[in-house]
Design a protein. Structure first.
Length: 151
């Protein structure tokens, strides 16, 4: 939530202080990516989400996303993930790039082997460590890479 606030403030109050790049995102094309699973507990029930690591989109965008030079170039960037309802959350681009198995940042397409329900998907950003689900984004529509300019 703090990252979202910081990114929003920088973008709204300091024009020209960031560059924004829309990452190519098409839910129907996620089938071509390697699938991963994340197991967690929701309301006392064990659930399994299946989907694609958010890092996979960064890897496709910039080859070698897991290499040190690319990680360093992402150190001052955030990913703004926005749902169809306008809700958005920011996550560290470098942290997402360092999570190739989707254990921390997952673009979920199924829950317990079934497609996500209406209003939840077809794609939902799942952040297992975010136990309050504040940065979970339903029905993901766009993903933007926001690079903050040097101050």
């Amino acid at each position: 939530m703090l990252m979202t606030l910081i990114a929003s403030l920088l973008l709204s109050q300091a024009p020209g202080s960031a560059t924004v790049e829309v990452l190519p995102f098409d839910p129907t094309k996620l089938e071509g990516f390697e699938k991963v699973e994340v197991k967690l507990t929701e309301d006392g029930q064990a659930v399994t989400y299946q989907g694609v690591a958010l890092a996979s989109l960064l890897e496709k965008q910039s080859k070698g996303a897991g290499t040190m030079p690319v990680l360093r170039s992402l150190s001052d960037a955030v990913l703004l993930v926005r749902g169809t309802d306008g809700y958005q959350a920011a996550v560290s681009a470098a942290a997402a790039a360092m999570d190739p198995k989707g254990a921390r940042y997952l673009l979920a397409i199924a829950r317990d082997g079934k497609p996500l329900e209406q209003g939840q998907g077809p794609v939902r950003l799942i952040i297992p460590g975010d136990t309050k689900h504040v940065r979970w984004v339903k029905d993901v529509k766009t993903i933007r890479l926001v690079r903050l300019d040097k101050l």
